[in-house]
Structure formats: structure tokens, C-alpha cells
Design a protein around this ligand. Structure first.
Ligand code: HXC
Length: 537
């Protein structure tokens, strides 16, 4: 038998160098493997354990919970800081305290940065800021939303002005990205000092109920400067920002719930200002629209829950309320009708009789501007007795704040539909998406009362002389008021003048909205050419 080669041939010894190459190659792979492992370890086991002991998840665990399984694609994992002072050159952990990359949520691309508290307390130095800016630039260039998961001690003290510059670069990008891609900030730990201004510049702020706080100056500084003593939570916890400042849009009981809320919120949003919001394919059964008539009380001063009406008209369980506990007299949120995202703004008669105060005006105007920037039709439900009277309101600037609402409605060019459910009085009639501010379709229910003011107040002014002379002024006032109500407290004068396009039965409203949205789908409206208007902030 002949062999092609002799097994004892020494030339076979040449396999050795080949093996060496393999070993060298293996070493290269091992290096990458090791570096990746090191990078994933963040600040190390002990710090991860500390993080867990504080009841907090790590930066990577949070991303995993937020995005579709195995969809996260990290970039810049090996970035380290280049700082040398304070012995920093001996401590150069991979990632520099932030995990950045892109992923999918319900199959749609998002860009993410998640601060890693286990590395320098997540503090922001030059390298971390550069990573974040890279991700933000990519998000804007590709037209995808950016989500930040924040948990940081603020500006990295060791890096001085370089870290302040980093914040400045982020704020600048937040501003340029505004109205181009949705920006969502999720506060899952400390967010202190100037760092708070990045979330404040973004479109939505979500907070975890415990363990998250935001303030410009912390309790220690507050005590030193003003002598006031206060805890972290009382100064800037989730309750403060959802009840008092209105900074926070949604609060989750746990980190898991907070991240779930991000996914939910995201489901209503388009990826950028040129796209439409995704259509929900699974349509629920339509609610029985007849029950709407029962939700409006007989008496025009009796309160009722406007959210009940919204819940019936729109797709079942599709209403996601935002800023629920702040300025409760104005309800805002996203909902769906036949699977299409809409933005809802509604007066809430349960609080302050639905009157507009300075906070309510702010709340609605910002939301209108978001919807307008992102092609989301605006649906307004009106039951408003007027602007809230009082010294506090006047002195806090109800004129300036109310002007924001007029400005926001007037400049919005997306489809705008309004439904006057009950009261629409005075200046508040005009401001709540009236025809005069460019609203497209104005509907009113037979229960609508459109007037300069409430009937009784009007009669007190109109018939002051007669009431003075009357033997029984209360009875006379009642009579005048009833007459006035019959004459004016209805939608028909407005319908005669064309300020209301259609008076509809409550049960017809859903269908009218669907039809109106379909005819407005191709609406084109151009504002006069200018750099930008001067929003009355
Ligand atoms: C560098 C920081 C840091 C910071 C925390 N660390 N904040 N390192 N720069 N800003 C480090 C700590 O030294 C510690 O390192 C690790 O992170 C964890 O911090 P702890 O204090 O052990 O954690 P905890 O008890 O949970 O307290 C968290 C904290 C606290 C409340 C955030 O660390 C704190 O008060 N930090 C300072 C916050 C602050 O004043 N930042 C500057 C804000 S001014 P080791 O090695 O011990 O684990 C600002 C200006 C921005 O940000 C302006 C932008 C325009």
C-alpha cells in the first residue's frame, strides 16, 4: 500500500508553528473575551452587591428588563477615562460608569444609556459624557428615540470642569433633539445638581417610587444656606415631583414596574417627528356608547369624572394618563381610537370644578407641543367654568401661564378635534381648542353650555338694578337664571354661528371622532415662515 506521505517525514514538524499561530490567535480571542467579561462586571461583585442591598438593580439588569430579549447591542464597552489627578490613572474601569447601545422594544429600535452606579457612583466625567453624546447623535441621525436610565452622583468631582463640560454637551443635544426624536428619562437613583436639567429638557420623566430623587441642591446645602432640615426623599423624591412640581410624568412602585411603564409609554409614540405612531393591531371590543348619557349629572354644578367619559369613548383600557397627581383639574394622556394614538387634554370637573389654574395651563401646553411635534392628533374635552379666580392665581402669573395654552393650541398644526361636554365659559371657552384658535372639528353635546359666564353670575350683573328693587331677590334671581339658562346655556348659538360644527348625541361621539380623524389624516397646514415664535414662558 502506498501512502501519499510518510508519517515519519520530518516536514510534518511544520505543524508546530501553525499551532503557535493558533495559540496566538486564541490569545487574541481570549483577550477580547476577558475584556468583555471585565467590562460586564462593572464596579465588581462587592459594589454590585451594595447596589442590590440598596434595593436597586444594576445598569445592565435594568436594560435587560427594559428591552426585547437579547436585543441589546452595546457599544463603547471598553471606553475608559483619561484622567490622571487624584490617583485616577490607577483606576480605569471599562465603560466609565455608563452602559450605552441600541436595542429593540416591541421590535422597534431605541438608543439607551444606563448609568452604572457601581463605577464612581455613576458620576459623569468626560469619557462618560462622550459616550452618551455619541449615542444621542446616533439616535438623532437615525431617527430613533433615546431612553436614559439615570443613577448617578452627578458631575465627577475628580474631573472638575471637564465633567461640567460633559453635562453642557448633553444639555445641548437634548435641546437639539427636542421635537425630532422622543426623549425619555428614567430616574432610578440619585440625580442631583445640574444633572437634573437633562431630564428636565426631555419629553418624559419617569421615577421609581423609592430610591430615586432629583434636586438642584441637596439637603446638606439646603441646611447650610437656609437652615431648613429635610430628607432626600422629602426634598426631591417621586412624590414631590409627581404632586408638587409636575416634573415627573409616571411613577413605578418598583424598578420593574417603572421599566414596564417605559415600554407602555413607548407603545404610543412614533420613532421620530417624520413617522406616525404605531397602529395597535389588537382592537378591543367597543364600549357601549349609550352609557355616556348617564355619566353627565343632571345638575350643571355637580362634579363627575371626565376620565369616565374618556374611558368609554376610546379603545378600552387604552388611556395612559400622565402627570396624574399634579394639576388634577386638567387631565392629559395618550389613548387610542381604532388602534390609532391620540393625545387627550380634558378639563376635570372633579377638581376646582375644572377651572384652569397656572399649573393646569402649563401641563396642557407642554403636552400639546409634544403631540404637535410628533404627529399625534389632539383631542380636547371641554367642561370649564373659566380661569381660576384668586389673588394667588393672579400673582403667580395666570395671565402668562394661560397665554402658553393659547399659544400652544394656536401653533399646533396636527389634527385638532374638540368636544364640548358641558361648560365652556368666557376666556376658557376660547382657550380650550375653540374654532378661533384653528381647531379643525368642534363637536358639542346637547348638554353643552357656551356662554360668557355662568348663568347666575351673568344675571347678577345684567339685572343688578332689578334685583336691588325686588322684594324677594333670591326668587327673582332664580327666575332670571332659569330664563337665561334656557336662552344661552346650550350649544345652539355657537352652532348657528358655525363655531361648533356639529351638535351630537354623546353616543355618536366615538364615530364622529373616527370619521374626523380619517378626513384630517392628510391635513396640511403651514405656519408663516419664521425662525420660531416667542413662546410665553
Ligand atoms: C465622584 C462620586 C460622586 C461624584 C459619588 N461618588 N458621587 N465620585 N464624583 N460626584 C462615588 C463615591 O465616592 C463612592 O465611591 C461611590 O460613588 C458611591 O457613593 P456613596 O456615597 O457610597 O453612595 P450613596 O451612599 O448611595 O450616596 C450616593 C450619593 C452620594 C447621594 C449620590 O454619593 C453623594 O452625595 N454624592 C455627591 C453628590 C453631589 O453633590 N454631586 C455633585 C453635584 S453637582 P467609592 O469608591 O467609595 O465606592 C453637579 C454639578 C453638575 O453634579 C452641573 C452640571 C451643569
Amino acid at each position: 500500500m502506498s501512502f501519499l506521505f510518510d508519517l515519519n517525514d520530518t516536514s510534518l514538524m511544520y505543524q508546530k508553528p501553525k499551532n503557535l499561530t493558533e495559540i496566538q490567535e486564541n490569545n487574541k480571542y481570549t483577550t477580547l473575551h476577558d475584556k468583555r467579561k471585565k467590562s460586564r462586571e462593572g464596579g465588581g461583585e462587592k459594589r454590585i452587591e451594595n447596589q442590590h442591598q440598596k434595593g436597586k438593580l444594576t445598569a445592565r439588569e435594568r436594560i435587560e428588563l427594559l428591552v426585547d430579549e437579547n436585543s441589546f447591542n452595546e457599544i463603547d464597552a471598553f471606553v475608559t477615562h483619561q484622567s490622571t489627578k487624584f490617583n485616577m490613572s490607577n483606576n480605569r474601569p471599562f465603560g466609565d460608569g455608563v452602559v450605552t447601545g441600541h436595542a429593540k422594544i416591541s421590535g422597534r429600535t431605541v438608543y439607551i444609556y444606563s448609568q452604572d452606579f457601581t463605577i464612581f457612583g455613576g458620576s459623569l466625567g468626560r469619557a462618560q459624557a462622550t459616550k452618551i453624546c455619541k449615542i444621542m447623535d446616533l439616535a438623532v441621525k437615525t431617527g430613533n428615540p433615546i431612553i436614559s436610565l439615570l443613577d448617578s452622583g452627578g458631575a465627577r468631582i475628580q474631573e472638575g470642569v471637564a465633567s461640567l463640560a460633559g453635562y453642557g454637551d448633553i444639555f445641548y443635544r437634548n435641546t437639539l433633539a427636542s421635537g425630532v426624536i422622543p426623549q425619555i428619562s428614567v430616574i432610578l437613583g440619585p440625580c442631583a445638581g445640574g444633572a437634573v436639567y437633562s431630564p428636565a429638557l426631555t419629553d418624559f420623566v419617569l421615577m421609581n417610587k423609592e430610591n430615586s430623587f432629583m434636586f438642584v441642591t441637596g439637603p446638606e446645602v439646603v441646611k447650610a444656606v437656609t437652615g431648613e432640615e429635610i430628607s432626600f426623599y422629602e426634598l426631591g423624591g417621586s412624590e414631590v415631583h409627581s404632586n408638587k412640581t409636575g416634573l415627573c410624568h409616571l411613577v413605578g412602585e418598583t424598578e420593574e414596574e417603572t421599566l414596564d411603564l417605559v415600554r407602555k409609554l413607548f407603545s404610543y409614540l412614533p420613532s421620530n417627528n417624520l413617522n406616525d405612531a404605531p397602529l395597535e393591531a389588537n382592537l378591543p371590543e367597543v364600549n357601549n356608547q349609550k352609557i355616556l348619557r348617564d355619566l353627565i349629572p343632571e345638575e350643571d354644578n355637580e362634579p363627575y369624572d371626565m376620565k369616565g367619559i374618556i374611558g368609554v369613548i376610546f379603545d378600552s383600557d387604552s388611556f395612559l394618563e400622565l402627570q396624574e397627581d399634579w394639576a388634577k383639574n386638567m387631565v392629559i394622556g395618550f389613548s387610542r381610537i381604532n388602534g390609532n394614538t391620540v393625545g387627550i387634554i380634558a378639563n376635570q370637573p372633579l377638581f376646582l370644578g375644572g377651572a384652569i389654574d397656572f399649573n393646569a395651563a402649563d401641563k396642557a401646553s407642554r403636552f400639546i407641543r409634544f403631540c404637535d411635534s410628533f404627529n399625534i392628533p389632539i383631542l380636547t374635552f371641554v367642561d370649564v367654568p373659566g380661569f381660576l379666580p384668586g389673588i394667588k392665581q393672579e400673582h403667580e402669573g395666570i395671565i402668562r401661564h394661560g397665554a402658553k395654552l393659547l399659544f400652544a393650541y394656536s401653533e399646533a398644526t396636527v389634527p385638532k378635534i374638540s368636544v364640548i361636554v358641558r361648560k365652556a365659559y368666557g376666556g376658557a371657552y376660547i382657550v380650550m381648542s375653540s374654532k378661533h384658535l384653528g381647531n379643525d372639528i368642534n363637536l358639542a353635546w346637547p348638554t353643552a353650555e357656551i356662554a360668557v359666564m355662568g348663568s347666575e353670575g351673568a344675571c347678577r350683573i345684567l339685572y343688578r338694578g332689578k334685583l336691588k328693587e325686588a322684594e324677594n331677590p333670591d326668587q327673582v334671581l332664580d327666575e332670571f337664571t332659569n330664563q337665561f339658562k334656557e336662552e344661552f346655556a346650550n350649544p345652539y348659538q355657537a352652532a348657528e354661528l358655525g363655531y361648533v360644527d356639529k351638535v351630537v348625541f354623546p353616543e355618536e361621539t366615538r364615530n364622529e371622532i373616527i370619521v374626523s380623524l380619517s378626513i384630517l389624516r392628510n391635513k396640511r397646514e403651514q405656519a408663516p415662515k419664521r425662525k420660531h415664535g416667542i413662546f410665553p414662558v
